[in-house]
Structures are given as structure tokens and as C-alpha cells.
Design a protein around this ligand. Sequence first.
Ligand SMILES: [Zn+2]
Length: 123
Amino acid sequence: MEQQKIPIQANVSDDRRSEGYVNVVYFNPAARMKEALKKLALFWGIAIVSVALPVVHFVTVPLFFCLGIFFAYRTYKSEGRVIEGLTRCPHCENEVPIKPAELQWPLTEICQNCARVVRIERK
Ligand SMILES: [Zn+2]
């Protein structure tokens, strides 16, 4: 899978903007399906194991069953993964590193300097 560098624009919910980039890898549909099934298997695995727990299994089994569907669906819907990135806080100019995550626009990061929520959008 190939990394792509994408120019981005960060904002803190006002008119100020700052530039940056993120490196992402895009999943093809087959890879997305594989990732989604892996998550489903993981959560349903936990659900099956928790059948053995007395009393709490009334909660844990349906909970993990639903969580599995939820996370698998989210993975399937995501376009790819963020590998890393960097921008600046539009408010205080501090560098804001972008952490690896599922690729879902807009991305958000917390500025470590002024604690503002930085929204990151594709340019
Ligand atoms: Zn800041």
C-alpha cells in the first residue's frame, strides 16, 4: 500500500487557517473488507468467550456483539489510515502533530499548548 501526502488546512472554529499535511494510505475495497472482518472476529470472539461468565454475560454478550458490528462497519466505511501528519495551531502557532488514526474527515487533534480542538480538513 502506497502512502500519499495530502495538503490540509487546520482551523479552530473561526476564520483563522493554518497549513499542514497528512500522510495517509488508502485501502482498496478488498483490504477494507478484510480489516472489517478482522474487527468483527475480534469482538465476536470476546462475546463468545464472555458467554462463560456468570451473570454479566447478559450484558457482555450482546454488548460485544453490537460493538463488533459497529466497529466493523466504521472500518469498512473509512477510506484508509492516517500514518502521521503535522500542522500548526491557528490560535497559538504551536506545532500540532497528527496521530495515526482511521481516516475520517474532518480529523481532530487537541493543541498541546492551548488545549483548543484543532479541526483538520482536506484542502
Ligand atoms: Zn494552540
